[in-house]
Design a protein around this ligand. Structure first.
Ligand SMILES: [Zn+2]
Ligand SMILES: [Zn+2]
Length: 349
């Protein structure tokens, strides 16, 4: 089968011809029909997150060569002897955030934080290939009302944004500020937060195009950060109270310390982006306003199931852009690297 693999950090992926794996036990082979192209693949390709290397962040580099791609939807092609309840050719979305099932985090249902994680396209071969081996059939969810292209990006972009919204502890009637609201994750966050509750959503981004996407996604307010006195405007939109939650898809020196003073009392600041910056907050302010600052990383299997259900029931519709076959993967990564693209790019291997 054709497979787009990273052979060397800092270089383009190469299309190789490799054997289709043979599934055993609870394993399933999925024929990949759509693979979403996530920004973290640019980080894996380049071997750095902001100023950090994987070693600096305390996690292992992928064993190379590795087939990247962790946003996968496709059809069941082969099954191991212990798989039950799945039909051949069933349409499925794949949860790539898997655990070995034994550690503390797996035991509390937070497998995405597993001590020995199994992550498709990261720790083992992923979806930029004609077929992918899924280690356990319980990580598959059958889809009926969703196209493969719509389902694929929900498995990372969707799960991540959905969990980030949960982490923001937003109640009905609250105001949520989304930073980077015109990007792939940001616009999805706008849609999800409008779909799940009576929340006022303010989107912030830095180009007219991104502002239009923010509005199209359904934000109540869309503000261009390059043209406005942003802090003053947001304070006036919230009657001087500030916002109850902030989701930051950049988490860079251009956002963290500029927007965190906008939190209302009991407000929560959720960091999702991995651009890398120091958070500078005075402890007295944090204590007296009872502020919460959190990082969040993808989501668990419950989050995965819920976001797919939200889309299956037509509460949200992901914005996707078909790019081409596997041979277009390096172009797609470059588009992300140079911030040239809006909407999730899709490869059909
Ligand atoms: Zn991703
Ligand atoms: Zn584990």
């Amino acid at each position: 089968m054709k497979s787009a693999r990273l052979h060397e950090v800092g270089r383009e992926l190469k299309i190789d011809d490799i054997e289709i794996p043979i599934p055993k036990g609870r394993q399933v082979i999925v024929k990949v029909r759509s693979a979403g192209v996530c920004h973290s693949d640019v980080h894996y390709r380049d071997g750095k997150w902001g100023n950090f290397t994987p070693q600096g962040l305390g996690f292992k580099s992928p064993n190379l060569p590795m087939t990247l791609g962790h946003e996968i939807a496709g059809e069941v092609a082969e099954m191991g002897e212990d798989v039950t309840g799945l039909d051949y050719k069933a349409a499925v979305a794949v949860n790539p955030w898997e655990g070995e099932g034994l550690c503390y985090y797996c035991s509390i249902g937070e497998e995405q934080m597993c001590d020995n994680p199994v992550r498709l396209g990261i720790t083992q071969d992923g979806g930029y290939a004609e077929y992918v081996l899924v280690p356990d059939f319980r990580y598959l969810k059958t889809i009926k009302n969703l196209s493969f292209d719509e389902a694929a990006p929900l498995t990372c972009a969707g799960v991540t944004t959905y969990r980030a919204i949960k982490e923001a502890n937003i109640d009905p009637g609250n105001t949520l500020l989304i930073i980077g609201s015109g990007g792939g994750l940001g616009s999805l966050a706008v849609k999800i937060s409008k779909a799940i509750g009576a929340i006022t959503v303010i989107g912030v981004d830095i180009s007219d195009k991104a502002i239009k996407l923010t509005r199209d996604a359904g934000a109540d307010y869309a503000i261009n950060a390059t043209e406005n006195k942003i802090n003053k405007e947001i304070m006036s939109l919230t009657n001087g109270n500030g916002v109850n939650g902030i989701i930051d898809f950049n988490s860079s020196d251009k956002t963290l310390n500029i927007y965190s003073p906008l939190l209302a009392k009991l407000g929560t600041y959720v960091m999702v982006g991995q651009f890398g910056s120091e958070l500078n907050i005075n402890a007295i302010v944090a204590v007296r306003k009872a502020l919460r600052f959190k990082g969040t990383y993808t989501g668990n299997h419950k989050d995965f199931t819920e976001i797919i259900n939200l889309a299956e029931n037509k509460h949200i519709k992901p914005d996707v852009k078909f790019i081409g076959g596997l041979e277009k993967i390096n172009d797609a990564l470059e588009n992300l690297s140079t911030l040239k693209v809006t909407g999730r790019q899709i490869i059909r291997p």
